[in-house]
Design a protein around this ligand. Structure first.
Ligand SMILES: [Fe+2]
Ligand SMILES: [Fe+2]
Length: 468
């Protein structure tokens, strides 16, 4: 792999002149999008970044100072497996699709475009955060996440250009035209139109929303469309760091709040410049519920079709299941029916969104356990938690109904009356924003967050991660 290539890759791009030309034509459009919508104010600074240079668990990344516009956004796929087969669905055991099967073309394009759209969207959402970083370490992590979301966009654009001809090229262009939060041309999924304008939002976003990405990519890493499976497997390697940033970021905020509560013998840490647990809880409620929506409806014929076609599997389909056809069996879930919750039995294939969502929830709970340990370590009895999966939903069975944090069906009026206790209010957001003053001295950190346990890649926290 040559870092000096215009488009570093491990897909023999130079042997496919037509594709290479198409991507080289898209490259300046990507750079102009990055210039307009990427991190604001730091484009000419040296940032200590990792760049993907290969696949595989060891030695896949190169760390050095880079100016972000000079970052090498490459195309990397995990190596092909010899004799790969479709691993689930109606075509179980057939040779894996190396080209797009005509009958699944629209479905596959939709899957790839929807995934692809989230990548630039998150960069847009986070573009102002650099101005208020709590430390150089955090600033670097923000930019690392941003450049890698850019690379994930490349990963999806490679598939669109490489496998979908004319309409793939059009979709690739449209990925650079939609804008997060823009009422006329919004991003496809709602979580990606929500503002992410303070660092508590950023950590909650990378914890909960990037983690949805992990589960979507894991389901697509099982895909019978082999180029997609191989692409997603490698994206997951990078995604792990994004979730680390969110998980440890929130953990550090909780720890610092706990320290301030203990020091002052008071739950109200506002006077000492901390973020009250109650506000942290509301941010969790907000981002967790929006991220749950990203899995789609509980009862979904799309999920059944994607599975039947061998396009999108279950989490760890090969490791966790023996029946890869899933044509029989059912899944029971609670749905709102005539003003009360009642169980409904759904054919298994139609419940796959919900099954993937439940895997995600289990993973999120592990994060909560880690954060609560920070509270316990400080000798505090308060705990934070995940709201019920029915709370504050905008997609699927529970949209259009109101639920409390425990998942009990309540009236619209009851919800409206309690909303300010459950979700961030304008005042909460303003308070959090008021704390967001940049700290850019090497080794220093803002008062509202604890420093990380270690630095990045063997470097100490006191390292000049960004040269300002
Ligand atoms: Fe991503
Ligand atoms: Fe990510």
């Amino acid at each position: 792999m040559d870092l000096n290539d215009r488009i570093p890759n491990n897909v023999n791009l130079s042997e496919d002149k037509r594709l290479q030309r198409a991507l080289e034509k898209w490259l300046p459009n990507f750079l102009s999008w990055w210039h307009d919508m990427g991190p604001e104010g730091f484009q000419q600074k040296d940032v200590w970044l990792r760049t993907a240079v290969d696949v595989g668990s060891e030695g896949w990344a190169h760390f050095d100072y880079v100016k972000m516009p000079d970052y090498r956004w490459g195309i990397f796929l995990e190596p092909a497996e010899p004799d790969a087969r479709v691993g689930f669905g109606d075509n179980l055991g057939a040779p894996a699709y190396q080209e797009v099967p005509g009958e699944f073309r629209n479905a596959l394009r939709r899957i790839i475009v929807t995934q692809g759209d989230t990548e630039p969207a998150s960069v847009e959402q986070q573009r102002q955060l650099g101005h208020t970083c709590p430390s150089l370490y955090d600033l670097r992590n923000l930019f690392q996440v941003n450049v890698e979301e850019g690379r994930h966009l490349w990963a999806m654009v490679y598939l669109l250009h490489g496998y979908f001809g004319r309409d793939g090229r059009d979709e690739a262009d449209a990925l650079l035209e939609r804008r997060s939060g823009n009422p006329d041309k919004p991003r496809i999924l709602e979580a990606f139109n929500q503002p992410c304008d303070d660092w508590l939002n950023f950590y909650a976003f990378t914890m909960f929303t990037d983690r949805d990405g992990k589960y979507q990519l894991s389901a697509l890493a099982e895909s019978g469309f082999e180029p997609l499976a191989r692409t997603c497997k490698f994206m997951l390697t990078e995604e792990a760091h994004h979730m680390f940033v969110g998980d440890t970021g929130l953990s550090r905020v909780v720890r610092r709040t706990a320290q301030l509560m203990k020091q002052n013998q008071s739950e109200d840490v506002r006077r000492s410049g901390g973020i009250p647990l109650e506000i942290i809880q509301k941010y969790i409620n907000f981002w967790f519920s929006y991220s749950l929506d990203l899995f789609g409806g509980e009862i979904s014929s799309n999920s059944a079709d994607f599975f039947a076609a061998g396009l999108k599997g279950r989490f760890k389909e090969q490791d966790q299941y023996t029946d890869h056809i899933a044509a029989e069996g059912s899944f029971t879930m609670q749905v709102a029916d005539n003003g009360k919750l009642a169980p409904r039995e759904v054919p298994l294939r139609n419940a796959l969104n919900e099954i993937l969502r439940r895997e995600y929830v289990k993973d999120c709970e592990k994060g909560l356990a880690r954060w609560n340990k920070a509270l316990a370590d400080e000798g505090l009895s308060q705990r934070i938690y995940l709201p019920n999966i029915r709370f504050h939903r905008h997609v699927g069975e529970y949209a259009g109904h109101c639920f409390d944090l425990e998942g009990n069906l309540i009236t619209k009026e009851e919800f409206a009356a309690a909303k300010s206790e459950w979700l961030p209010t304008t005042e909460d957001r303003e308070y959090v924003r008021s704390l967001m003053k940049p700290v850019t001295e090497v080794g220093k950190i803002a008062n509202w967050i604890a420093p990380p346990a270690t630095g990045i890649k063997g470097k100490p926290f006191e390292f000049e991660y960004v040269r300002l």
